[in-house]
Design a protein around this ligand. Structure first.
Ligand SMILES: NC(=O)C1=CN([C@@H]2O[C@H](COP(=O)(O)OP(=O)(O)OC[C@H]3O[C@@H](n4cnc5c(N)ncnc54)[C@H](OP(=O)(O)O)[C@@H]3O)[C@@H](O)[C@H]2O)C=CC1
Ligand SMILES: O=CC(=O)O
Length: 290
């Protein structure tokens, strides 16, 4: 199966690498073209533009930072729309809002192509290990055909119906994740400020009903103020913003998520946008009093 892949950031690189490792022929493109080099060393071909990738491949996947990137790669000059046509399919796995996904879907379908959204839950490590959770929606026939791809990228795929439902589900999940990270960070800070050992808190949490891989994985490095980016904080804040907009649309009051969003915004203003989203801990800690 020949697959195109647009966007080789933290996630896209790991996902494209997985496809190569599992015998797919992969043609890659990235805005910063030099990021294709490592994939080429592992057997990928390179397309000079998104349009060139679509021209070559029956299926093209995108994994881009945010709504404006996802739209630009489709609609701008040399973009996907220039070559998408009957017989070709586009699967956008970026985390975007439903309106963005619908706009992309409309463009693709207007040219005779088929569209599926497939945002993923799971970060850098699950992407490397092919253990993502795929939240697909759009054309069911394409979903069924894409199962061999999803089986390599993920441990479980859901088909959620019409375009936009995958995007919405992903935003709900990340809204919960961002709020949890804030509560966790406040707990670490409160433990330390109360004269307790936060490492004991990690042990206590890990033994009870709140045990989860995120606390277990991020906690020890947060205590050392280390935030190597797996899920960049700027993307988590984008997801909080988009989830809050979904809450506005549906008149759902989300004070916890709104407060978490403020903390992520503050962290961004402190220059932490490219760090892991656990760096929100720095914004929550604030300056130390003498
Ligand atoms: N990291 C994670 O843990 C997870 C991320 N996601 C989502 O996946 C998507 C990608 O995340 P991640 O890989 O971490 O992000 P990165 O920031 O590492 O990569 C972003 C990618 O988007 C490209 N890009 C950004 N702006 C544009 C543009 N205007 N035109 C074309 N390409 C552009 C970048 O290209 P360039 O290299 O040139 O900058 C890069 O390839 C995001 O939507 C994120 O929310 C979902 C689940 C987990
Ligand atoms: O979107 C991020 C994730 O970890 O999932």
């Amino acid at each position: 199966m020949e697959v195109g892949f647009l966007g080789l950031g933290i996630m896209g690189k790991a996902m494209a690498m997985n496809l190569l490792r599992n015998g797919f022929k992969v043609t890659v493109w990235n805005r910063t073209l030099s990021k294709c080099d490592e994939l080429v060393e592992h057997g990928a071909a390179v397309g000079e533009t998104p349009a060139a990738v679509v021209k070559k491949c029956k299926y093209t996947i995108a994994m881009l930072s945010d709504p404006s990137a996802a739209i630009s790669v489709v609609y701008d000059k040399d973009g996907v729309l220039e070559e998408i046509c009957n017989g070709k399919s586009y699967i956008d796995m970026s985390t975007v809002d439903a309106d963005t996904s619908i706009k992309i879907s409309e463009g693709i379908i207007s040219k005779g192509g088929r569209f599926l959204e497939g945002p993923v839950s799971g970060s850098k490590k699950p992407a490397e290990d092919g253990q993502l959770i795929i939240l697909a929606a759009g054309e069911k026939g394409l979903y069924d055909e894409a199962i061999p791809i999803f089986d390599v990228l993920g441990k479980k795929s859901f088909f959620l119906g019409q375009v936009g439902n995958g995007a919405k589900m992903k935003l709900v999940v990340n809204m919960i994740m961002g709020s949890m990270m804030n509560a966790f960070s406040e707990g670490l800070e409160l433990t330390e400020s109360s004269g307790l050992d936060p490492r004991t808190l990690l042990d206590v949490l890990d033994l009870g009903a709140m045990a989860n891989p995120m606390f277990k994985m991020k906690g020890p490095s947060m205590l050392q103020s280390k935030y190597p980016p797996a899920f960049p904080l700027k993307h988590q804040q984008k997801d909080m913003r988009l989830a809050l907009a979904l809450g506005d649309e549906n008149a759902v009051s989300m004070p916890v998520a709104a407060a978490a969003n403020e903390a992520f915004k503050k962290a961004r203003s402190m220059g932490l946008g490219d760090q892991d989203f656990s760096a929100v801990h720095e914004a929550i800690k604030g300056p130390k009093h003498p």
